[in-house]
Design a protein around this ligand. Structure first.
Ligand SMILES: Cc1ncc(COP(=O)(O)O)c(C=O)c1O
Length: 467
């Protein structure tokens, strides 16, 4: 039913029907109840507001006689269109409605966040979700463990150990609703407000805004060919650094073993902490696997974060955070009353998915799928663009960067692409300092497109930029 929530006062000295009449008149005049809205019947509104039918009827009658409402036989009571002068009195809403501007038509969207939904195991996921919806599972309908379902944490612990060398127990894992929510919780646990956080420059903007929204100052640390520059980090006053060593975001380099050791040494020597965001570590296509910083460190210096957004689907909103024991103690002391934000039904489904072996199969399949897509992408870029571009960061993940040797600016390149129904993305927003890379660099995500679409999209892009 239409939201009609007047504040009616029995003892105000004004009769209830007048109060209701005035409320409805104001709502109609202000446009909150627009023309052609069908009002609830007298019976429904009187039951809903706990008023007599007579009171509602009198209010409606008054509005009909003044031309605000019309009673249409066998249809209902409707709000009439008002004269312009009355509408002009309508106050401007504080929040403007979202722009309905027509978006340009896009045929090939190389968005980094898009994943391959065609290979999502729909029937398995549906079957496992359905299993949660039987009466014998109704325990899942109530609040769960605030840290996340224990059985799921056990599966994640196993997976992290054999795939990333992460050493932990399930008691150290907190399930979150995405990396940003996990980071936000982490900063509250650390009581890390109004301090300095060192970040890779360029780096993940989504993390930087979390840090800034906790009052922190960002200290941008430049990259070298292997990731964050350790010498520059030593010059920073920061006691926390946020890094993406498996596949630096957005440049894509994989941090080699030696640099990982240096980074861990920096943390030891400076009594600092490392936040390791392993957001797409499942998709590595070349070289030997390098254990996570958390696994290499064997110290209390690393907070490890991961997500199911790239490996499964982003709308699942499930991430995880492995805390060192001293932070776990703080969490236990101060966060007992915080509820777990992720649905127990999704958690249970994911737990079954992992336990019954589907996860491993899915990851293997997706790795091959994405590797093929990446291969196609790189081949067609090399074939078409030749020396007009340089490909950056192709060892892992779901995106690459293109340094484009052109006189166009980044904005112009995006604009030309869009006019040709191809969408590619800027990386300028990932820089904290000014982009010092010279030629424009464009981000190309390939997860969400088929190989055929990749081929077509890149050919169009080359023609549009250089044809
Ligand atoms: C570095 C990095 N971390 C985390 C995320 C997002 O993770 P989630 O979907 O769990 O919030 C992204 C997404 O683009 C990312 O680039």
């Amino acid at each position: 039913m239409l939201e009609i929530t007047p504040l009616l006062e029995e003892r105000s000295g004004t009769s209830l029907y007048i109060q209701l009449y005035e409320y409805l008149k104001d709502e109609i005049k202000s446009g909150n109840i627009p023309a052609e809205t069908r009002l609830p019947s007298i019976r429904k509104l009187s039951t809903y507001l706990n008023l007599s039918k007579n009171t509602v009827e009198k209010a409606y009658d008054q509005l009909v006689s003044e031309g605000y409402l019309e009673s249409r036989p066998r249809s209902g009571i409707y709000v009439l269109e008002l004269e312009k002068e009355v509408i002009a009195l309508k106050p401007k809403p504080v929040l403007q409605p979202q722009s309905k501007k027509k978006k340009p038509e896009i045929k090939y969207d190389f968005r980094f966040g898009n994943i391959d939904t065609g290979h999502f195991p729909f029937s398995t996921w549906r079957k496992l979700t359905n299993q949660c919806l039987y009466p014998d599972q109704k325990e899942l309908f109530s609040y769960g463990d605030h840290q996340g379902e224990y059985e799921l944490r056990k599966e994640i612990k196993e997976y992290l150990y054999y795939s990333r060398g992460v050493v932990c127990v399930p008691e150290q894992i907190i399930i979150g609703a995405g990396i940003q929510q996990s980071l936000s919780l982490l900063f509250q646990i650390m009581q890390f407000f109004n301090q300095t956080v060192a970040v890779e420059d360029p780096g993940y903007d989504g993390a930087k805004s979390i840090f800034m929204n906790h009052g922190c100052t960002i200290d941008p640390i430049p990259l070298d060919s292997e990731g964050i520059n350790i010498e520059s980090l030593y010059q920073s006053q920061a006691k926390v650094v946020y890094v993406t060593p498996s596949h630096q975001f957005p440049y894509g380099m994989i941090m080699p073993y030696n640099k990982r050791v240096q980074l861990l040494r920096w943390a030891e020597e400076n009594n600092a902490l490392i936040i390791e965001d392993d957001y797409d570590s499942e998709f590595r296509y070349a070289g030997k696997p390098i254990p996570s910083l958390q696994g290499l460190g064997k110290t209390n210096k690393v907070i490890y974060l991961g997500t199911f957004s790239k490996s499964l689907i982003p709308s699942l909103r499930i991430s995880y955070m492995v805390l060192p024991t001293f932070l776990m103690e703080k969490y236990e002391q101060h966060f007992q009353s915080y509820q777990q934000p992720v649905s127990r039904i999704h958690q249970k489904t994911l737990h079954s998915f992992m336990k019954e072996g589907y996860w491993e199969r899915h990851i293997r399949k997706m790795r091959t799928t994405y590797q093929k897509k990446q291969h196609t992408l790189i081949s067609v870029i090399r074939e078409r663009f030749k020396n007009n571009v340089e490909i950056i960061g192709n060892g892992a993940g779901l995106h690459i960067l293109l340094r484009v040797y052109t006189n166009h600016t980044e904005e112009e390149l995006l604009d030309i692409a869009e006019r040709n129904k191809v969408k590619v993305y800027p990386i300028s927003k990932f820089w904290t300092r000014k982009n010092v890379s010279g030629f424009p660099i464009i981000q190309i995500g390939f997860g969400g497109l088929s190989e055929k679409e990749i081929l077509k999209g890149i050919k169009i892009l080359e023609r549009a930029w250089f044809g």
